[in-house]
Design a protein around this ligand. Structure first.
Ligand code: CTP
Length: 400
């Protein structure tokens, strides 16, 4: 069961033309029983007044860090501590840059630093500003730190350009907020095991065959499982990012090591998810001494690694859920269906690789759920954290 009633949200409003839509966001949140503390930056106040937010929320809008009478220099810490969610809608390029850098020069940016609540940004800006490498780098930094994003949508913007940058619809922002507020105990008492990252298959003591898996998707899945109260074990091959705090990490290098660990732990797991980009082949006879360049070409014989998920699927116990990720460049659904039956899985997340906004290393992903009942659901481009959220909604539905 989930409940969001009585939860508290700080609604940060910054100086985008979409600021007027923040009133509707506030109104929809209040209708869902959430207590909303509005915070308006100076620029936001040039576009929309605090009185509207005060009327809608019944709470005093925070407008000035040093407004005597509001005692806000103390209150910003109190509100940041109390909040269950910090929503910034609309979020300008400026506030994203400040948050990414840790700047604290007004109430909103100061409180963003002080809060320990989840943070959700709803970006809204001109297409070129959104696409600028600086903004994209700031979004990547904030995503890596665990911040959530909703939108932006594409369409005709206030500046008459067409493209990405329009703030998501208020209803959509509120739905995302509700999900982040939900009580997260639906995996309490469950053990989630996942493989994550890539593999290094040795050629000799100093060289290996590897792939470009960043580990971001696996760790997003681990984080979501932790948020829902699960005990989480991650068998992690080499990764670029750090695992979330709270999970048990078993570091491995090769596919065989990953397989041995998975087969050992899987019998005690309720859910096994293969997020790892497993090396399908290894060097048959890795050299024990460093190979010296000797003027000749080098031929390596590769031999197949075990299929870890198929091996787990073959010993699957009653009620256990197994899930695979299928990174594909084409025929996503057909390939996912084939893997679903071959590996005895309940669900496959087919994700598009080979495009810039999805796949290895990117922060966003285009995915399709294909399940054992034959259902196919195509998801919109979204962050890896959001995909993990939708994935566990599916998994908990199957477990129930
Ligand atoms: N997988 C696995 N062991 C392997 C290969 C893949 O456990 N040796 C898992 C992955 O973690 C993923 C799923 O199986 O969850 C699908 O992986 P993918 O690489 O897409 O499929 P393969 O079975 O390797 O098939 P192919 O590479 O030919 O598409």
């Amino acid at each position: 069961m989930t409940t969001t009633s009585g939860k508290e949200i700080i609604l940060g409003v910054t100086g985008s033309i979409a600021a007027y839509k923040a009133c509707e966001v506030a109104s929809l949140l209040v209708k869902r029983g959430v207590r909303v503390t509005p915070v308006l930056t100076c620029s936001a106040q040039k576009l929309v007044g605090p009185a509207s937010f005060e009327g809608i929320t019944g709470n005093q809008a925070v407008t000035d860090m040093f407004d005597s009478g509001q005692n806000q220099e103390i209150e910003h810490i109190a509100a940041a501590t109390r909040a269950d969610l910090f929503l910034v809608a609309p979020a300008t390029a400026n506030v994203l840059a400040k948050a990414a850098q840790g700047l604290a020069d007004d109430w909103l940016s100061t409180t963003l630093l002080a809060t320990r609540a989840p943070i959700l940004f709803a970006p809204a800006m001109n297409t070129n500003m959104y696409g600028h490498p600086a903004t994209q780098a700031n979004i990547a930094t904030l995503s890596d730190r665990g911040c959530h994003f909703v939108g932006p949508d594409s369409g005709t913007l206030a500046c008459k350009t067409v493209g990405a940058g329009r703030m998501s619809e208020p209803a959509c922002i509120v739905e995302r907020s509700m999900r982040l507020l939900e009580n997260s105990d639906d995996l309490k008492g469950r053990h989630v095991l996942l493989t994550s990252g890539g593999n290094h298959e040795p050629i000799d003591p100093v060289r290996y065959i590897g792939n470009s898996s960043s580990g971001k998707m696996g760790f997003a899945v681990a984080e979501e499982a932790l948020r829902r109260g699960a005990k989480v074990t991650v068998i992690s091959g080499p990764a670029e990012v750090a695992p979330p705090v709270g999970c048990k990490v078993i570091p491995v290098q090769t596919a065989q090591e990953m397989c041995d660990a998975a087969l050992l732990i899987a019998p005690g797991a309720d859910v096994v998810i293969g997020v790892a980009a497993v090396a399908d082949y290894r060097v048959e006879h890795p050299m024990t001494e460093k190979h010296k360049r000797n003027g000749n070409d080098l031929t390596l014989t590769l031999t197949q690694n075990p299929d870890i998920l198929a091996a787990v699927g073959a010993q699957k116990k009653n009620g256990q859920i197994t899930v695979g990720f299928a990174a594909e460049t084409g025929d996503l659904v057909e390939n996912a269906q084939a893997k679903l039956s071959k590996k005895n899985l309940n669900l496959v997340v087919a994700n598009q690789v080979g495009v810039s906004d999805s796949g290895f290393g990117s922060d966003t992903v285009r995915a399709i759920f294909v399940d054992a009942s034959g259902a196919v659901e195509e998801l919109s481009l979204q962050s890896k954290g959001d995909l993990a959220h939708s994935l566990f909604d599916r998994i908990t539905a199957i477990l129930a």
